[in-house]
Design a protein around this ligand. Sequence first.
Ligand SMILES: Cc1cc2nc3c(=O)[nH]c(=O)nc-3n(C[C@H](O)[C@H](O)[C@H](O)COP(=O)(O)OP(=O)(O)OC[C@H]3O[C@@H](n4cnc5c(N)ncnc54)[C@H](O)[C@@H]3O)c2cc1C
Length: 391
Amino acid sequence: MRVTWIALWNRNLAQLEIAVVGAGIVGLANAWSAAARGHRVTLFERDRHAEGASVRNFGMGWPIGQPAGELRDIAMKSRNCWLTLSHEAGVWVQPCGSIHLAHRADEWDVLREFHAAAAQAKIECELLDAAGVLSRSPAANPDGLLGGLFSPTELCVNPRRAVPEIAAWLTKRYGVRCEFSATVTGVDGRAVRTADGRTFSADRTIVCGGSDFQTLFPEVFASAGLRRCKLQMLKTVPQPDGWRLGPHLASGLTLRHYHNFDVCPSLAALKRRIAVETPELDEFGIHIMASQNDAGEIILGDSHEYDAEISPFDRSRIDELILRELRKIICLPDWTIAERWNGVYGKLASGPCLEATPIPGVHVMVGTGGAGMTMSFGLAERAWRRWDEDG
Ligand SMILES: Cc1cc2nc3c(=O)[nH]c(=O)nc-3n(C[C@H](O)[C@H](O)[C@H](O)COP(=O)(O)OP(=O)(O)OC[C@H]3O[C@@H](n4cnc5c(N)ncnc54)[C@H](O)[C@@H]3O)c2cc1C
């Protein structure tokens, strides 16, 4: 018995050489989980800095979008990780909460049903009448406003700053080695090879290449039920005089996007109404959200185009529709658009992400869809606990 315990103890202490491919949020989360266990970690990123989905998003930590149960728990664990990063790494993290606005009767019906279900599931949220919404958000359009659902759990980060700051903190705090401008072209379970001809030994490799399904293990991705999704986004100039949005805002259109609202009987009627009234929104998967970063800029979006629909070129029609719908529900002091861009993420058809082990010593974690900023830290920690148990 004593020998068994010593063996277990030694195994727990074993310091491994870990390679993480991709310095987006999923790669950073895995690097953190590995480094916190005492492993030696090298993070490989093909670009000079991460430039993928993780720096192109709203910066919303959005637990309210996850269904009650394990997924919500993972989102809340990730939330705690963001707060830790705020305290320990100085990353700007604002616990701003969120409001889903209702300007139509069917939207209000869905919010009321969700609120009742949330109480049973012990999810904290509050139904606000129009005056209550306006007291929390100066941006809500009072015209036709029926009310809103406030949730206190949402966070705001500035992804363009947070992602490089986390990488730098991992190096400073844990000695994580970052190899930027290093495309990984081969992984065999013992070593990682980069395009410039270098070889790095690795006891375990975690492939977190985002929406790149071609370079490594394409056969795994081809059979996994992954889709690529392109989103168009806009950003305003900084709002004047320190004006703040308050909580993240989402419209009634968002109710048909996140699965947490699937429990609401009125959702089907809301979806039918939108399909009949504004089919152009369904055509481009448009729903409406707004967040505000530390520079005072408002991040606005978004649309969803999948796989063969994805063009390298953006459609101005989509931007016009997003802005048309936004102006129905929010009022901003300054609507001047400073930037437009798109982002592409990989999404697993079912489940929060694809986790696979294509060969011994190599794990894949991709496909976090529209929730990578919300879920990645919790997903990585869950995976590392499992790998610890498996030895
Ligand atoms: C417009 C938009 C808005 C979004 N809004 C939100 C939001 O508000 N909240 C939320 O929770 N989620 C949001 N998401 C989703 C979230 O951004 C993604 O789920 C998440 O960023 C995916 O992270 P990732 O690390 O898997 O991918 P990425 O960020 O794409 O990172 C993958 C990295 O791997 C690198 N790489 C790939 N292959 C190799 C290789 N062979 N060698 C070396 N490096 C490699 C790439 O260069 C890239 O930097 C949004 C996504 C988009 C596109």
